[in-house]
Design a protein around this ligand. Sequence first.
Ligand SMILES: CC(C)(COP(=O)(O)OP(=O)(O)OC[C@H]1O[C@@H](n2cnc3c(N)ncnc32)[C@H](O)[C@@H]1OP(=O)(O)O)[C@@H](O)C(=O)NCCC(=O)NCCS
Length: 146
Amino acid sequence: MRTMTAGDIDGVLEIEKVSFAAPWTRGMFEETLSSPVATSLIVEEEGRIVGYLIFYLAAREVHVMNIAVRQDRRGLGLASWMMSRTMELARRNSMETCFLEVRESNVPARGLYEKLGFRQVGRRKGYYRETGEDAIVMELILSDDT
Ligand SMILES: CC(C)(COP(=O)(O)OP(=O)(O)OC[C@H]1O[C@@H](n2cnc3c(N)ncnc32)[C@H](O)[C@@H]1OP(=O)(O)O)[C@@H](O)C(=O)NCCC(=O)NCCS
């Protein structure tokens, strides 16, 4: 896993566009790369980007903003690995909680987060404007199992 750079955005967008109903634009990734509170990580296999994870740090909280894995590399544990590494890093940096939002219908992502110990702490009604779908807010207490 390494830090994303501007040169990676093309490869990231390829995955992003087929992964989300409302994909992030190039400008959103560029903005994230220049934000002092954001960390953008990618995973490569044989020089090809196969996954990425973007999170923000605010006080003692980690907010996962984006995570995706290339379609032909899903179901192999890559997202679990990216998330576990990130949670480990966060714990070592004294972060207390991790938050994220997930579409109610996103069964794979909800399975991933539940497996990692996240629990539902809220719901944002009609959060996703294109479909009117609710967002499920999930939390992982990082200080629990240190
Ligand atoms: C969600 C996503 C990142 C998971 O990536 P992945 O590398 O395939 O996930 P993993 O292989 O690490 O799977 C971890 C767990 O997630 C759950 N999961 C993954 N794919 C699943 C599927 N198709 N159906 C049900 N559960 C699934 C399972 O609990 C799995 O654990 P298991 O293998 O022990 O059963 C991937 O499906 C993706 O990129 N989706 C599109 C983008 C997206 O929705 N991102 C999340 C936004 S909130």
